[in-house]
Design a protein. Sequence first.
Length: 431
Amino acid sequence: MDEPFWSDADRHLVRYSGAGRFVPEIIERAEGSFVWTADGRRILDFTSGQMSAILGHSHPDVVETVRRQVGRLDHLFSGMLSRPVVDLARRLASSLPAPLTKVLLLTTGAESNEAAIRMAKLVTGKHEIVSFARSWHGMTQAAAAATYSSGRKGYGPAAPGNFAIPTPNAYRPDFTHPDGTLDWKRQLDFSFDLIDAQSVGSLAACIVEPILSSGGVLDLPPGYLAALRDKCHERGMLLILDEAQTGLCRTGEWYAFQRDGVVPDILTVSKTLGAGLPLAAVITSDEIEQTAHERGFLFFTTHVSDPLVAAVGNTVLDVLERDVLDRRAAELGAYLRKGLLALGERHPVVGDVRGRGLLVGLELVLDRETKETSDELGAAVTRRCLELGLHMNVVQLPGMGGVFRIAPPLTASYAELDLGLEILDQAIASA
């Protein structure tokens, strides 16, 4: 225990998570799927850092790019352009279906969602924004106003015209068919009946994640996204998809929306694009960009179009393409899911396994029949995992049990997945 370190941390750091707790380890270095603590302990990272390091930590290609680029061109006046920026914009556009061709490079997911919402309001001339009741889109103004999973209380009024709709949750359905399964069509109709009743006639956009990660790894049912798009377009709204955690191969496809054959009006990508470095993008059509430009679209930030992180983004795309990591994510995800389902056969507290590719949710409950929740159980398993050398992230929201967000790097090995499953098995048994 490094007393001076923790004393300085307590004395000088602002606590920025609601719980106010930091992981009780000093991390000295990271490589691949592991981080190492100051006392030499190796910890398997089952969250890819902040769900971002899809190539693992300190990937050699990324390290080489940073070393080369930082010595050549790192940061510019925001009105200047460099080759890495234009190259990355072109390559992102080529990875996407028409008409997504125009790219704005920024830093974080919140910033990209902020820009997308700002653009949608300007282009439509409206101001009302719809999102899910378990959404997380960031902590800047418009992104936070569209975030409902946590962090809303105590900060005064959000921007007017922000509405939440029920989140489709197949494990805990609110609207059901006679057999008890989720009736998402009826739920969606009900949702927009509520929106229509509350709207003042100024519906601009709906922003959603294809898989709500912070909301408990809730995968939208097949068909939902297309129906949601139709609801939006019927009302003159734009559909914004936030693929911060699902974009760039994590779900087994390059983009999660591809499963549904739906093309958003505006797409945001962030975490995975920089593979752990601060890089995000807003991607839209020529038509939307042209209208936004004609109306004076302004999103001029200090680090817009920075060349250093753009060069990293190009390297990330190189590795994803070269190593066919969309296919690997699908294969590893199937293997991980099989292992988690096997844990469910041994441990009655495993209530549900869900997700796609290498973004998987494991929900713990006290009783499978009643689905009774327990924050204490999730916290206990998390602590025990860390003691045994596995870092896990547990989502604890009202009305849900502890839901583990499991998102190893796409470069993880089968042996590393086995190690994580083994530790998780021990932790659940002891907790």
